[in-house]
Design a protein around this ligand. Sequence first.
Ligand SMILES: [Zn+2]
Length: 167
Amino acid sequence: MTHRITLERNTLRFAAAHFTTSGGECEPLHGHNYDVMVTIEGELTADAWVVDFTEAKRLIAGVCKELDHRFLLALDSPSLAIARRDGAYEVAFGERRYVIPESDVAPLPIDNSTAERLAEWLAGRIARELAARGASNLTRITVGVEEAPGQAGWYTLAPPWPPAPEQ
Ligand SMILES: [Zn+2]
C-alpha cells in the first residue's frame, strides 16, 4: 500500500531569471516567480508517516533557496557557449553575450532551463536529500514547477534515485 503527502507553495517558491533555447532560437532574458509543488509517495514508517512535513518542507525550501534570486544556468546546453573565468560565468548565444558573477548564478546540470528540466533537477535533489536523512520508505517523488499561474512542468522520479552530478 502506498501513502502520499503533498507540499506546495508557502515557502516552496523561488524568483529567478533565465532564458530557454528552442529550435535555434533563444528567449530574451526574463524572470519568473516559480512555485514548487511536491508529492512524495511511500510506505508508512512505524510512526505512520510517509515523511515528516516540517522536515520535508524545510529541506525543499532550502533547495529552492539555492535558486532564489539567481540566474538559472543550463550548464549542459548544446546551444550556449559557457565559460567560467575571473569569478563570473560568460554565457553566449551567437552574438549575444552575458557576463554574470558566479554569486548570482545557479549552475545546473541540465540542457535547458525549462520548467520540465527544473522539476527533474529538483526531484533528484529532494530524493537525495531525503535519502541522506534516512528515508528508505519512499517509492515516488513528483515535482511540479509552475512558472506562471496554470503553467507548470512536472517530473516523476522512482528509485533508484539518480546519483549526484559531479561538481
Ligand atoms: Zn521563462
